[in-house]
Design a protein around this ligand. Structure first.
Ligand SMILES: [Zn+2]
Length: 353
């Protein structure tokens, strides 16, 4: 049984390919983080090497080895390989050496299974040399070898590589569907399932991580609390916060992007509450605060700040000076100065306490 949830069209296509033995020699799985790309790639590897009559069974020795990343013929290549060397930790791209090693391994026959499968995780991180080197392999298919490239953004890959793969797009589940799956498959209690389905935006992998690791939800709560503090503080404190964020950005870009995404969710929720669509918000556990806060802003203010957050995210992706981008964002954020009601901060802290 295929373990990936919701991707019916893609799974049906692969299933047909398996039955007719007409699979492509290279696939490109495209979709947002945690949508299920790796689960699907491993499932396909299982299906190809399964020893049961209805692959992938998930139970035979081969399926189990693949699930445990312990199968000699299924290799994962990416930024974080099973290496502990200092070099591997500092890696920012997939190197040509990694691809050459993979090519050498691909030239040998399967060791214990029927097919050799190479999964390239984060294919957008292939260095130019690595991508060119990979291209040669993709142009000359090898029997019993299948490459599965995973990426969140195929526009960051050379068009020549993309054109050599069969592109399959994985889409997030609808909130209600994700909620039902979390509740029925994983027995997560209804309130939490609803919150996780919304926070994950239908990317089940994140919902499951958060379901079994409370750290993620408490980190989110801290970030929202910090956001509320920042909204209600003066410019001096906002700029101190920017200094911290800009320093973080140098070390970990993803972290700052996560904070911006969280802000975007929050302000989108304010917009939804403002126009009377509170039932489709993301932060379902903070509805009371959102309702209270929405009273303090005009629709135009909320819309303008949503645009500012989106613009800041785009500028950061284009390598603008992070400190400058974030300072402008802080100036744009409607706060105490921009509101008629002066005591919102006090009222919010009473409400949240
Ligand atoms: Zn099996």
């Amino acid at each position: 049984m295929w373990q990936v949830v919701g991707q019916t069209r893609v799974v049906a296509l692969l299933q047909r390919g398996l039955e007719k033995e007409s699979l492509a020699h290279a696939y490109l799985l495209v979709g947002p983080p945690h949508v299920g790309k790796m689960t699907l790639a491993l499932n396909l590897a299982q299906a190809l090497n399964c020893q049961a009559t209805e692959p992938p069974c998930g139970e035979c020795a081969s399926c189990q080895k693949i699930a445990l990343a312990n199968h000699a013929d299924v290799q994962i290549i990416g930024l974080a390989q099973n290496e502990n060397s200092a070099e591997a930790k500092l890696r920012t791209e997939i190197s040509i050496d990694q691809i050459r090693q993979m090519q050498h391994s691909a030239s040998l026959p399967p060791f214990e299974g029927k097919y050799k499968i190479f999964i390239i995780e984060g294919a957008e991180f292939l260095s130019t040399e690595a991508a060119n080197c990979l291209l040669k392999t993709l142009e000359e298919p090898i029997g019993k070898v299948i490459f599965i490239l995973l990426t969140t953004n195929d526009r960051l890959l050379p068009a020549t590589v993309v054109s050599r793969c069969q592109r399959l797009e994985l889409t997030p589940l609808a909130a209600a569907e994700a909620e039902a799956v979390l509740n029925s498959h994983w027995d997560i209690e209804p309130q939490k399932a609803k919150l996780l389905a919304r926070l994950s935006h239908g990317c089940l992998g994140w919902a499951l991580l958060a379901a079994f690791d409370d750290g993620l939800l408490s980190q989110r709560a801290e970030k929202i609390d910090r956001l509320l503090e920042i909204i209600n503080t003066d410019y001096e404190e906002r700029f101190t916060y920017v200094t911290q964020l800009a320093a973080q950005f140098t070390r970990n870009r993803g972290l700052v992007q996560e904070i911006l995404d969280l802000w975007l969710d929050w302000w989108r929720d304010l917009l939804l509450v403002k126009v009377g669509c509170g039932d489709i918000i993301t932060n379902v556990d903070r509805l009371a605060t959102l309702v209270e806060m929405a009273e303090g802003y005009s629709l135009a203010q909320i819309k303008a700040f949503i645009n500012s957050i989106q613009a800041a995210g785009e500028q950061l992706r284009q390598n603008a000076n992070p400190r400058l981008v974030l300072e402008v964002l802080m100036l744009d954020m409607p706060g105490k100065e921009g509101r008629s009601e002066k005591n919102l901060a006090a009222r919010l802290s009473v409400k949240n306490g």
